[in-house]
Design a binder for this molecule. Sequence first.
Ligand SMILES: Nc1ncnc2c1ncn2[C@@H]1O[C@H](COP(=O)(O)OP(=O)(O)OP(=O)(O)O)[C@@H](O)[C@H]1O
Length: 255
Amino acid sequence: MDIRLQSVSHSYGETEVMRDITLDIPSGKIVCIVGPSGCGKSTLLRFIGGLEKPDQGDILQMGEPPRNCLNPLTYIFQDFALLPWRTVWGNISLVLEDHDIRGTRAKTIIQDVLTRTKLSDFAHALPKQLSGGMKQRVAIARALAVNPAVMLMDEPLSALDSQTRELLMDDLIALWTRTPFTAVYVTHNLAEAVRLGHSIVVLSRRPGQIREIVTIDKPLADRSYADADLEAQQKHLWDLMRDEARAADAELINV
Ligand SMILES: Nc1ncnc2c1ncn2[C@@H]1O[C@H](COP(=O)(O)OP(=O)(O)OP(=O)(O)O)[C@@H](O)[C@H]1O
C-alpha cells in the first residue's frame, strides 16, 4: 500500500503549521522527515495515521495492505509505550489479543517477530529488566506483529544513547534487508536520516513546507557508520536546515 499526501495544509487557530505538502510514501521504502523544531513533523505523522484530519488536502491510501495485516498504520514512539507489568511476550500478545488472535496462531507470530528482532531469549523478561535499546526492540517487534502497511516512527531512537542508537540502526537495516517494510520516520538526527532513509524530506520552519526531497540510492545494507558518501549527504541536509533551525530556535525562545 502506498500513501500519497496531496496539498496538505493545516493551522491550529492562528498558528499556520504546514502549507501545501505533497508527498508520496512508496511501499517498501523508508521515508525520513527532518526539519526544525515545531515545523509540523509529528503533526504530519498524526495526519498520516488518521489520528487527526488536516484543514485542507488529502491523505490517500493506494492499493491493498499486506496479507494478514491487522493494523495498516502502526506507531512506534520514542518512549517505547510498553506495559510494565507484562513480559516481552505479553506486550506483543496484547496487540494480537485485540484482534482475537490467541493460541497457536499468536504463538507463531510472536516467535517470528522475536526471532526477527533477536529477542527470543528475553521473551519472559519484564520491561524493567531491559535496557532502553532492548525496550525499543520490543516496541518494534510489537509493531511487526500486526504486519503493518506502514510504520509511523516518531523519533524512535532519540531516547537512547549514541552507541545504542548505532546498534538499533544496524538492527533496523538488517530487519528491512530481510523483509522490506514501509516507514515514515521522523527524526531530528541527520545521521539517522542518511543511514535509514531511501528518501529524506526536508521541511522548512513553520509553516512547514517541503524544501527538498533528497534521495539516497546506496542500498541500506551498504550504509555504515562514518560512510563518506553519507557524511556528504548529511552535510547537504545541514546546509539546507541550518538557518531555518536557528530561526526556529529563536522563535521558540521568544514564545
Ligand atoms: N494539538 C495542537 N494544538 C495546538 N497546537 C499544536 C497542536 N499540536 C501541535 N501544535 C503546534 O503545531 C506546531 C507543530 O508541532 P509538531 O509537534 O508537529 O512539530 P515538530 O516538527 O514535530 O516539533 P519537534 O521537532 O519540536 O518535535 C507547533 O508549534 C506546536 O506547538
